[in-house]
Design a protein around this ligand. Structure first.
Ligand code: AMP
Length: 279
């Protein structure tokens, strides 16, 4: 079930394909939680075989980001995969994925420039490159991405469309804790007090949705109210962005409409959190 070798993974996929099995794929960076589990369950429903990958992809982290402290717990992840009926857990190491002299990258232009792309230069280039590599290795029929990382989901869809790749990209809903906090491996970084302040993100998003549903269509007014809510909490170090965008183009809206996405990134203490909501 655990496969660490790229060549082993390829051979396995080859024989599964020969048997006519459909393959669902859930790429992750590990430290699995209910958000990941929801993707696994979707994949299990739609496909004969489900492959999960765990790979903390160094090239999608910026210099001063959290690559070195990114949470890991392989034993626990293996248990979760077993419990959820995952067929193969692909866990390659960095040197295999990026051997010395590695020099090929995939870039999606446009969609990657705003939102997180504006604050994390090179991030999406790292994401699209690793996802392309993983798709080439696993050759899935369907791949599952969480809308928690909404921009990532749209960027991957675009890559697949532009490069005529034969894989269906399926976006799955955001899974939240009972109090509204979007699940994330990075929530582990939060102290109890910061965890309380992290609730400001979802509260601002839920309030924004309510205001919109009561008739407000001016993005500035909605964003201002959201800022107010978030800044009323302690430990908020920086609101990187709050944007209301078109769900496909990710361009900021002048008038807010049903179906638009409100996305934000906020530093709570030293932890950068993202969240979004679809109106
Ligand atoms: P990560 O391990 O954080 O790179 O996430 C792997 C996949 O799980 C990505 O497609 C994420 O969007 C998805 N994911 C992470 N958190 C959640 C969540 N709270 N709800 C739904 N999907 C999620």
């Amino acid at each position: 079930m655990l496969i660490t070798d790229i060549s082993r993974m390829r051979e396995t996929v080859k024989s599964l394909k020969k048997e006519g099995k459909s393959i669902g794929f859930v790429p992750t960076m590990g430290y699995l939680h209910e958000g990941h589990v929801s993707l696994i369950r979707c994949s299990r429903k739609d496909n004969d075989i489900t492959v999960v990958s765990i790979f903390v992809n160094p090239i999608q982290f910026g210099k001063n980001e959290d690559l070195d402290r990114y949470p890991r717990d392989l034993e626990r992840d293996i248990e979760i995969c077993k419990r959820e009926g995952v067929d193969y857990l692909f866990y390659p190491d960095v040197r295999q994925m990026y051997p010395e002299g590695y020099s090929t990258y995939v870039v999606v232009e446009g969609l990657t420039e705003g939102l997180c792309g504006a604050f994390r230069p090179g991030h999406f280039k790292g994401v699209t490159t690793v996802v392309m590599k993983l798709f080439n290795i696993v050759q899935p029929d369907r791949a599952y991405f969480g809308k928690k990382d909404y921009q990532q989901y749209v960027v991957i869809k675009k890559m697949v469309e532009d490069l005529n790749m034969d894989v269906q990209i399926i976006g799955c809903p955001i899974i939240r804790e009972e109090d509204g906090l979007a699940m994330s491996s990075r929530n582990k970084y939060l102290s109890p007090e910061e965890r309380e302040s992290a609730l400001s993100l979802s509260r601002a998003l839920f309030t924004a949705k309510e205001i919109f549903e009561k008739g407000e269509t001016d993005p500035e007014k909605i964003k201002q109210k959201m800022r107010q809510i978030i800044q009323s909490y302690p430990h908020i170090r920086d609101i990187q962005y709050i944007e209301i965008v078109d769900p496909k183009t990710l361009q900021p809206k002048k008038r807010v409409e049903k179906g638009d996405v409100i996305a934000l990134a906020v530093y709570v203490g030293d932890t950068r959190l993202i969240d979004n909501i679809t109106l």
